[in-house]
Design a binder for this molecule. Structure first.
Ligand SMILES: Cc1cc2nc3c(=O)[nH]c(=O)nc-3n(C[C@H](O)[C@H](O)[C@H](O)COP(=O)(O)OP(=O)(O)OC[C@H]3O[C@@H](n4cnc5c(N)ncnc54)[C@H](O)[C@@H]3O)c2cc1C
Length: 803
């Protein structure tokens, strides 16, 4: 084994091998993969090898498409067969709701170029003859599905990488990792040390243990997973290969395996494997079979696929593989560690491995993953993902693998975990809570405790009238919203302004003022949207998206401030309440000594004020688009502040409102939000944030690219629609049609209670910027007329928030 390498990849499963191949392809030929056993000896070797393109996140779906399309190229380069079978796939719906879900999946597939086809139960039985069609209402056909040979794929990646110059060392365990002062690593192995500039943790079942070598507790857990292979089915003899299949009601997937059928299941009572420590002596091993555990699914399976009950079981496989809490991979550089990368938690290695390898290799070589990988970025998790939290969430995710996730559905595992001081107060007001980064926050308020649960549905739910009342109170009187779930940073010290001016696209505001600003990467794409609140010459309070806190911190580490400047995350140190609506000034004026008139405290002011006895930071800003204030206090004051505002608000008609009402009101104002309208695939010009980019202030990250975007006009354009919808609104990722063609996608949608119309925000090609008509938005399989509006539907001139 060589003693120096540019990069060491730890782990020779399908993911590590893919990373190695993509690194060599991207030009890093001095790459070394170290594997403790044989290639594939973790979870890869016993996988069923199934692959499919659908994913809840369209950007991950794109990477899955890439993976599946890669196999032929890989076979050519390596000379190694991947055992590629592409019979196509069928997804069976046993209920109307599931069929609706399939309609939505088909719609979402449209702008990804997927050729999906909805068919009836009769047609399903024709193309997939082993089902009893009485159990199904319809199905979705996907021609790009199939399965591969896990051994073949992994060796094909490794061979292709070796042809590209990489080395693979087997039977050598990495036992420790030591960081050097220059950011490089000593990789300690059983066969000596390797000095590497970069390290990739692709340790699969042992990724957690490899993480612990550098003090990292990665949120991943292995689950036991079983499939069985039947004896040969007479019905399959001489026929072309069966489609791969997902039967959602049975929570079953199947594919043909020689003359029989491979049937696997994500059972509800899933069992974690080695929840605390993965044993190092588990090599090319399986777990004892436990058919009793999957008996309920098998029972359904034998009803739905009667032919399977007529033959015996040839083999049962029970093996572990890893998941992150949301089921998506963990990829990217790790904050706080230089040149340390992860590619783990990949639960669908044969659909995702190629895309993960490609994204990570581009990130390492080019400094950017080259695609929107937010949904699988390791930085989407923070300190709240303890071992026990991960355990609860992974078990929940596993048990729900084939269940419908409704757009208004809140998952229940690991809750409540984080609460703010007013949690019980809000509970007493019948708040229905959502979970955001493990933190409870109110979504809406029910009229009574008995009604404080939401029906999960694709249509408007029982929350609809309550949210309408909350919006009305805000628009006509005053509403009170808990805003603790925003991210916050405090930047202090001499040089604060210069550094912020370099990392943010807008000008740093004057003392006492607020400025909204995008943060751009070098390619001029949006990687954040911040509110900068200037408290003094050397102290700026930043408000941002909490879920992206680690992501931002990683970026700030890459573009560090001078030593005299401190950047301190303080999300849970400052909790907040917002009052919004035409009477919010009267409410707050009664509680502070300072003059809150527009002349004295205009829109976008920010100051420390005492609210009653409570020291607070108060900003005149509201995400609802009304006159409004955001009030930040350290945690111990929040209850007193809440009581004070609620008490004083009674005579102003104050009503509590939640995240649902906020969402509809911000869409009425055409205000975008991170991870929806603002993502690293859009530029500020495209996203309508141009007025927050200051090209005159001097150099900042992304300036040249932003300038280019402005001159070219960008390729996309964020627009606002009213939609001719009846009882279901867009929720995100629906296709936008224009003149009979799919031209774009929805980023957010909701019913706008104040404007009494169904609304959507979405991206269309810049060439359509001036079109207003001819648009349609596909909601639950139906194309609804949509009218594009050049400005926000509510208060387009912004006079209300400036009042
Ligand atoms: C029963 C079953 C069925 C499945 N079916 C499918 C399917 O149909 N489709 C699909 O896409 N996925 C399927 N999977 C999941 C699939 O197996 C995983 O997504 C995939 O194997 C993950 O690959 P990996 O490279 O991340 O991990 P692993 O395969 O676990 O590879 C990690 C490698 O790292 C090595 N390693 C770890 N630590 C060290 C160290 N310190 N030093 C040196 N080497 C180290 C290990 O020995 C191992 O070889 C299935 C899994 C199971 C269990």
């Amino acid at each position: 084994m060589k003693s120096d390498a540019r990069v060491v990849v730890i782990g020779g499963g399908v993911v590590g091998a893919s990373v190695l191949y993509h690194l060599t392809k991207a030009g890093w030929k001095d790459a070394l993969l170290i594997e403790r056993g044989e290639l594939t000896c973790g979870s890869t070797w016993h996988a069923a090898g199934g692959m499919h393109t659908l994913n809840g996140d369209p950007n991950v779906a794109r990477l899955q498409q890439y993976t599946i399309n890669l196999y032929k190229e890989l076979e050519k380069i390596s000379g190694q067969s991947c055992g590629l079978h592409m019979p196509g796939g069928i997804m069976l719906a046993g209920t109307r709701e599931r069929f609706d879900w399939l309609k939505m999946a088909k719609a979402r597939g449209r702008y990804l170029g997927m050729e999906l086809e909805l068919i009836s139960a009769d047609e399903a039985a024709r193309v997939f003859p082993i089902i009893d069609k009485r159990h199904f209402v319809g199905a979705l056909l996907d021609p790009i599905e199939g399965h591969v040979d896990p051994y073949g794929v992994t060796h094909a990646y490794a061979k292709a990488a070796q042809i590209g110059g990489a080395q693979v060392v087997r039977h050598t365990r990495v036992t420790d990792l030591k960081a050097r002062g220059d950011g490089s690593w000593d990789v300690i192995t059983e066969a000596g040390n390797v000095h590497a500039e970069h390290v990739v943790n692709a340790g699969g079942l042992w990724a957690r243990e490899v993480g612990r070598m550098v003090g990292l507790e990665l949120p991943i857990l292995a689950m036991q997973h079983q499939y069985l292979i039947t004896e040969d089915l007479p019905a399959l003899k001489g026929q072309k290969e069966l489609l791969t299949c997902i039967d959602f009601e049975g929570e079953i997937y199947t594919r043909q395996e020689r003359g029989g059928v491979l049937l696997g299941t994500y059972e509800r009572a899933g069992v974690p494997w080695s929840p605390l420590q993965t044993p190092w002596d588990f090599t090319q091993s399986l777990l004892p079979e436990d058919l009793d555990r999957i008996a309920p699914s098998l029972e359904v399976g034998f009803q739905h696929f009667p032919a399977l009950g007529e033959v015996g079981i040839r083999k049962v496989v029970n093996g572990p593989f890893t998941f992150a809490p949301d089921g998506n991979p963990l990829v990217g550089p790790v904050r706080g560690l230089r040149n340390f990368w992860v590619a783990c938690g990949v639960m669908a290695g044969f659909s995702q491995g190629g895309g993960v390898g490609l994204a990570l290799a581009q990130w390492m070589v080019e400094g950017d993953p080259g695609a929107d990988v937010w949904a699988m970025d390791v930085a989407r998790y923070g300190d709240w993902t303890t071992l026990a939290y991960t355990n609860a969430k992974v078990r929940e995710n596993y048990s729900r693998r084939f269940r419908i996730r409704f757009p208004n559905e809140e998952l229940t595992a690991a809750r409540p975990l984080r609460t703010t001081p007013i949690y019980e107060r809000l509970q007493a007001e019948h708040a229905v809570f959502g979970d955001y980064c493990g933190l409870e926050h109110p979504l809406w308020f029910a009229p009574s405790a008995a009604q404080a649960t939401e029906d999960i549905t694709f249509h408007r739910s029982n929350a609809h009238p309550q949210v309408a009342a909350e919006c009305q109170a805000v628009r006509e009187a005053v509403g009170l919203l808990e805003i603790s779930n925003y991210g916050k940073f405090e930047v202090t010290g001499p040089g604060t302004e210069e550094w912020l001016s370099y990392v943010m696209a807008n000008r740093v505001p004057k003392v006492g003022r607020i400025a909204l600003t995008p943060m751009l990467n070098e390619r001029g794409k949006l990687i954040g949207d911040f509110t900068l609140c200037r408290l003094s010459a050397q102290r700026v309070f930043l408000i941002c998206t909490y879920a992206a806190e680690s992501y931002y911190r990683r970026w700030f580490e890459r573009h560090p401030p001078p030593p005299a400047v401190t950047v301190r995350p303080c999300a849970m140190e400052y909790v907040g309440l917002s009052v919004a609506g035409p009477r919010s000034r009267a409410l707050l004026q009664g509680l502070v000594r300072e003059d809150l008139s527009s002349a004295a405290f205009p829109f976008l002011s920010f100051r420390p004020l005492d609210v009653g006895m409570i020291p607070a930071l108060v900003g005149r800003i509201s995400f609802t688009g009304d006159l409004g204030y955001e009030i930040w206090v350290t945690t111990e004051y929040q209850r007193a502040l809440y009581d004070l505002l609620v008490g004083a608000g009674a005579e102003q008609g104050l009503k509590l409102f939640g995240g649902r009402a906020l969402n509809t009101m911000r869409i009425e104002k055409s205000f975008g939000t991170w991870a929806r309208e603002y993502r690293p695939i859009y530029g500020p010009y495209e996203a309508g944030l141009w007025r927050f980019v200051d090209l005159k202030k001097g150099e900042f990250i992304g300036r040249a690219a932003a300038l280019e975007e402005r001159d070219s006009g960008g390729t996309l354009c964020l627009v606002t629609f009213t939609v001719d919808a009846s009882d279901a609104d867009a929720s995100g990722d629906e296709p936008i049609w224009h003149d009979g063609k799919v031209v774009g996608w929805v980023t957010s949608g909701a019913y706008g209670h104040s404007v009494r119309q169904s609304l959507a925000l979405g991206y269309v090609p810049a060439a359509l910027t001036n079109e207003t008509s001819g648009f349609e938005i596909e909601i639950i399989g139906e194309r609804r007329k949509a009218l594009r509006h050049p400005a926000a539907l509510f208060d387009p001139d912004g006079t209300k928030m400036r009042a």
